[in-house]
Design a protein around this ligand. Structure first.
Ligand code: ATP
Ligand code: MG
Length: 722
C-alpha cells in the first residue's frame, strides 16, 4: 500500500501526528501551522492504514464552510466520495441526531429550528404575555440569559436564584419561553446542543450505539467549544475510543458566547495519557505578517505559549491607511482591490474583514459603485432577508401548524386587518389552554369570540392557509414553494412596492424557488419530507445559497467568520479605538484580551499582503465620532508596517490625498474638496463627505451639523465655502 502521499507534504511533527498509533491527542499550535491539514491527513490515514471505515469517524468543525472544505480535502486525498462519514458543526450534528431520535428526547418529528432572530421575536412575545416591560427586561439580555444557561446544560429547575427577585423573574421568563417552544415544536440553537446532551444522558442504548460507531472523534478549533459541547463529546468518547483535538488558545474568540478555552486543560485532565503535539512552523504568512501578529498577541497574559516561525521571506510590509472618514477608508480599500484585479489576480483571493457586520454597508456601496462583485459571508444572508423569511414563514406554518413563530410572522403579512387586540387574544388563549396559536385561532373562530371585522380577517387567514396546504400538498418541492409564494399574496405585495429594493425582493423570492429546485435532500434526512428537510437546511445553512456563488468575487466577512480561512490579500477595516477593540470591551475585564485574540486571528488570515485601515471620523448610529487608531496598531513593531500617505499636507481640507486613488479632478474642478466646510442656505453649515458624477450633474453628500447627512445636486445646491 502506498501511503506516501498522506505523509509527503508534511513536516516531521505533522507526520508524527498523522501517523501516530491510535491514542487520544492534543495538537496545540498557532495560526497557519497546518493543524487543519493534519486533521485531514489523519482521517485519510485512519481509513487507509488503520482500516477504519468512514462510517466510524466523526469530525467536528466550526462552520459549515469549514466542514465542506474538510470533506472536499479528504475526498481529494482518498479519491472517492465519503457520504457515510459524519463531518459537520456541533449544531449540524446535534440536529442530525435529534431528527433520528426525536421521540427519545420528546420532540415532534417535524420540529422546527428557531434561529436567533426567531428567538428574539419569541422572547418579546413571552415578555408581553408575562406583562413585563421591555425597558426593564431587555429581550436581547433575556436571550443571552436563556442561551447562556442552556450552554451550561441548565434547565430552569437547575438554576439557583438565592431568593433574588430579579433572578427568580429571569428564571420564570426562561421557563415560560421553554414551555412555549415545547408546545410549538421549536428548537433554538442552544437547545439543539442541550437536547443532544440529554439524549446521551437519558438513553443509554442510543449512546452505546454511537459509542460503538464513532471509534475516532476529531475536533477542529477546539479552543472555541463551550461547556455543553465538551460534555457531549466527553460522554461520546468512551474509553475504547480516541479523541483528537486541535486548537490554539490564542484564537479563542467566542468567550462571549460561552466558549471555554479551559476545555483544553479539561481535556488533558479527562483523557489521561493523551499525546500532545506542538507545531511551530507557519506555512501561511510572510515573515512580516507573522512577526506583527506574534508581537500583538504577545501582549496577552496567561497564554499557553507557542513559538511560531516561518521559512518564508519577510515579504511586503503591512500597509496602514488612515481614512479621513469611513467613505474615504472604503474608497482606499476598493482602489487597492481594483489594482489587484487589474494585475490579473482573482477577486476571490482577496478578503475584507471587519469587526462588526454593520461595517459592511459602506464597503459594499463602494464596491457597487465600482461594479466589483462581492460576496458576504454571515450577516444579511439570503435566508435572513425579510421577504425570504416571510415566504419561509408560510412554508413552515403549512408544514407544521404548531409553528407559532411562523404563525406570528405571517398572520398579518400581507396586512389583512388583524389588529393587535385580536392577536393578543389568540396568544392569551394559546398560553392558557396550552394550544398552538393556530389551534387557538380555530377555537376562537368556532366560538365566535371576535367582532365581525376581526373574525373575517382571521378566518380569511385560516382559510388561506388551509387552502394552500391542500393545493400544495402533492406538488414537488419547487412547485410547492412557487405556488405558496404566488398564492399567499406575498408576491403581489412586493410587486406592488416600487423601486429597486422591491425589485430585489421579487428576485429573491424567485431565487428561493430556484434554491428549492437545486436542493438535494441529504442522506441523513431520508425520514423527512423534502419540505421539512429544506426548511431545516434554510435555518442551518443560511448564507450558502447566494446567487453569485460561482462568480469571482471579493470575500467579505467579520473576523469571527474568517476563522480557519486564509487569503492572499487581506484588508482589516475599521481598526480604531471604540470599534476594535469595541467600546464595550473596555468595560469588562478580560474583554480586551479577547479582542486582541480576534485581531491576531484577523492578521493571520493574510498570506501575502495585509492592509490595516481605520477612519479618523466615523458615523456610528447616525453620529459622527472622532476616533484614534487602535492600540493593536501601536503594538505592531514599526519595522513591519508602513503608513500610506496620500495627502500632501496633514491639515484639512485634505486636498490631493484622494487624487492618486480615484482621480477626483472632475469633482475638484467644481471648486470644492472632500472634507471641506461649506454652507447651505437652508441646512446651514456642514462638511463635504462624498460625491458622485461630475460637473453639473455631480451629486454631493454633505454632513450638516444640524441636519445630518444629505445628498444634494451640485448645480442646485447653492453651496458656499465657509
Ligand atoms: P488556523 O489556526 O488558522 O486554523 P491551521 O493551523 O489550521 O491554521 P492550516 O490551514 O492547516 O493551518 O494550514 C495553513 C496553510 O499552510 C495551508 O495553506 C496549508 O495547506 C499549508 N501547509 C500546512 N502544512 C504544510 C506543509 N507541511 N507544507 C506546505 N504547506 C503546508
Ligand atoms: Mg485550521
Amino acid at each position: 500500500m502506498d501511503v506516501s502521499r498522506l505523509l509527503d507534504q508534511l513536516n516531521d511533527k505533522q507526520r508524527d501526528a498523522v501517523a501516530a498509533p491510535a491514542s487520544d491527542m492534543l495538537i496545540l499550535a498557532g495560526a497557519g501551522s497546518g493543524k487543519t491539514r493534519v486533521l485531514v491527513h489523519r482521517i485519510a490515514w485512519l481509513m487507509e492504514v488503520e482500516g477504519i471505515a468512514p462510517y466510524g469517524i466523526l469530525a467536528v468543525t466550526f462552520t459549515n464552510k469549514a466542514a465542506k472544505e474538510m470533506r472536499g480535502r479528504i475526498e481529494q486525498l482518498q479519491g472517492s466520495a465519503l457520504n457515510s462519514m459524519w463531518i459537520g458543526t456541533f449544531h449540524g450534528i446535534a440536529h442530525r441526531l435529534l431528527r433520528a431520535h426525536h421521540a427519545d428526547v420528546g420532540l415532534p418529528q417535524n420540529f422546527t429550528i428557531l434561529d436567533s432572530d426567531d428567538q428574539y421575536r419569541l422572547v418579546r412575545r413571552v415578555l408581553k404575555s408575562l406583562n413585563l416591560d421591555e425597558k426593564h427586561w431587555a429581550p436581547k439580555h433575556v436571550q443571552w440569559y436563556i442561551n447562556g444557561n442552556k450552554d451550561e446544560g441548565l434547565r430552569p429547575q437547575h438554576i439557583e436564584t438565592h431568593g433574588d427577585a430579579t433572578q427568580q423573574k429571569m428564571r420564570e421568563i426562561y421557563q415560560t419561553y421553554q414551555q412555549t417552544c415545547d408546545r410549538a415544536g421549536l428548537v433554538d440553537f442552544a437547545e439543539l446542543l442541550l437536547r443532544a446532551h440529554e439524549l446521551w444522558l437519558n438513553n443509554p442504548s442510543v449512546l452505546e450505539h454511537y459509542q460503538k460507531r464513532f471509534r475516532t472523534i476529531l475536533v477542529d478549533e477546539f479552543q472555541d467549544t463551550n461547556n455543553i459541547q465538551y460534555a457531549w463529546l466527553r460522554i461520546l468518547a468512551a474509553p475504547s475510543n480516541n479523541m483528537i483535538i486541535v486548537g490554539d488558545d490564542d484564537q479563542s474568540i467566542y468567550g462571549w458566547r460561552g466558549a471555554n478555552v479551559e476545555n483544553i486543560q479539561h481535556f488533558l485532565r479527562d483523557f489521561k495519557g493523551a499525546k500532545t503535539i506542538r507545531l511551530e512552523q507557519n506555512y501561511r504568512s510572510t515573515g512580516n505578517i507573522l512577526k506583527a501578529a506574534n508581537a500583538v498577541i504577545d501582549n496577552n497574559q496567561g497564554r499557553l505559549g507557542k513559538k511560531l516561525w516561518t521559512e518564508d521571506s519577510p515579504g511586503e510590509l503591512i500597509s496602514l491607511y488612515a481614512g479621513f472618514n469611513e467613505l474615504d477608508e472604503a474608497r482606499f480599500n476598493i482602489a487597492r482591490i481594483k489594482e489587484w484585479r487589474d494585475n490579473g489576480n482573482a477577486l476571490s483571493d482577496c478578503a475584507i474583514l471587519y469587526r462588526n457586520n454593520a461595517q459592511s454597508r459602506v464597503l459594499e456601496e463602494a464596491l457597487l459603485q465600482e461594479s466589483i462583485a462581492y460576496r458576504i459571508y454571515g450577516g444579511l444572508r439570503f435566508f435572513e432577508r425579510q421577504e425570504i423569511r416571510d415566504a419561509l414563514g408560510y412554508l413552515r406554518l403549512i408544514n407544521q401548524t404548531i409553528d407559532d413563530a411562523a404563525f406570528e410572522r405571517i398572520v398579518n403579512t400581507p396586512t389583512r386587518g388583524l389588529g393587535d387586540k385580536t392577536l393578543s387574544q389568540i396568544r392569551e388563549l394559546a398560553r392558557e389552554s396550552e394550544l398552538s396559536m393556530w389551534d387557538a385561532s380555530s377555537r376562537i373562530l368556532a366560538e365566535n369570540r371576535l367582532t365581525g371585522r376581526a373574525s373575517n380577517a382571521l378566518s380569511s387567514f385560516t382559510k388561506l392557509i388551509t387552502q394552500l396546504t391542500q393545493d400544495a400538498a402533492a406538488l414537488p418541492l419547487e412547485q410547492h414553494a412557487d405556488y405558496v409564494i404566488k398564492h399567499s399574496g406575498l408576491f403581489a405585495m412586493y410587486k406592488a412596492e416600487k423601486g429597486e429594493k422591491a425589485q430585489a425582493r421579487i428576485e429573491n423570492l424567485e431565487e428561493l424557488v430556484t434554491a428549492c429546485k437545486q436542493f438535494v435532500v441529504p442522506e441523513e434526512a431520508d425520514n423527512m419530507t423534502p419540505m421539512s428537510a429544506f426548511l431545516a437546511h434554510a435555518s442551518l445553512e443560511a448564507g450558502d445559497n447566494q446567487a453569485d456563488k460561482h462568480q469571482d468575487a471579493v470575500q467579505m466577512m467579520t473576523i469571527h467568520t474568517a476563522k480557519g480561512l486564509e487569503f492572499p490579500l487581506v484588508f482589516m477595516a475599521g481598526v480604531e479605538e471604540g470599534m476594535f477593540p469595541s467600546q464595550m470591551s473596555n468595560e469588562e475585564p478580560g474583554k480586551i484580551e479577547e479582542e486582541r485574540r480576534l485581531c491576531y486571528v484577523g492578521m493571520t488570515r493574510a498570506m501575502q499582503k495585509l492592509y490595516i485601515t481605520y477612519a479618523e471620523n466615523r458615523r456610528v448610529y447616525g453620529q459622527d465620532k472622532y476616533h484614534t487608531p487602535s492600540r493593536f496598531i501601536k503594538e505592531i513593531p514599526t519595522d513591519c508596517i508602513e503608513e500610506v500617505r496620500l495627502r500632501t499636507t496633514i491639515s484639512r481640507p485634505v486636498q490631493n490625498r484622494f487624487t492618486p486613488v480615484t482621480g477626483h479632478t472632475a469633482f475638484e474642478s467644481t471648486g470644492f474638496q472632500l472634507g471641506e466646510r461649506v454652507s447651505h442656505p437652508k441646512f446651514s453649515e456642514g462638511t463635504v463627505l462624498n460625491y458622485e458624477g461630475s460637473g453639473e450633474h455631480a451629486r454631493v453628500q454633505i454632513n450638516f451639523d444640524e441636519f445630518g447627512s444629505k445628498w444634494l445636486v451640485m448645480s442646485f445646491a447653492k453651496l458656499t465655502k465657509v
